[in-house]
Design a binder for this molecule. Structure first.
Ligand code: 4NP
Length: 155
């Protein structure tokens, strides 16, 4: 059976993309589509390889009823082949991923996650790393909406 393969990408793979992965997995499972998708996340940087997401992200997600299970990994060239959709959080992530390849068939897989939802006025997911609890909650709400729009588009 063909699976739709979705990769979420941020800088560190400890705040935004592991939460996007967990939210999207949750929605896919709720929709009964678990077997139709392969879902993962990674970072463009290698600072947090092999470690769990930021404790603030885990705690905030839990307060919102979402469990996160992920260990950090860095984006690799193989991801351009493996995944159908590579959804990045901000324009810096976009630049960092696009500059790794000159192949059109790779580049066309890469999109800003927030650009999927055409009713969303913004197209970047802000980095909460140096922020407060309020910023983590904002990121949760943004990603909740963005991953819902993504599932609507892909299913
Ligand atoms: P993320 O957030 O890209 O959403 O995982 C960040 C995590 C770590 C750092 C920056 C952003 N850092 O500089 O270590």
């Amino acid at each position: 059976m063909h699976k739709t393969k979705v990769l979420f990408v941020c800088l560190g793979n400890i705040c935004r993309s592991p939460l996007a992965e967990a939210l999207f997995k949750h929605k896919v499972t709720q929709a009964g589509l678990h077997d139709s998708f392969l879902i993962d996340s990674c970072g463009t940087a290698n600072y947090h390889v092999g470690i769990p997401p930021d404790a603030r992200t885990i705690a905030n997600a839990k307060q919102n009823g979402i469990d996160i299970n992920h260990l950090g990994r860095q984006f690799s060239m193989d991801d351009f082949e493996t995944f159908d959709h590579i959804l990045v959080m901000d324009k810096q992530n976009l630049k960092n991923v696009l500059r790794l390849t000159s192949k059109e068939q790779h580049q066309q897989k890469v999109k800003l996650l927030r650009s999927i939802d055409t009713s969303d006025d913004e197209n970047e997911v802000p980095d909460p790393y140096y922020g407060t609890e309020k910023d983590f909650q904002h990121v949760f709400e943004v990603l909740d909406k963005a991953t819902a729009a993504l599932l609507y588009q892909l299913k």
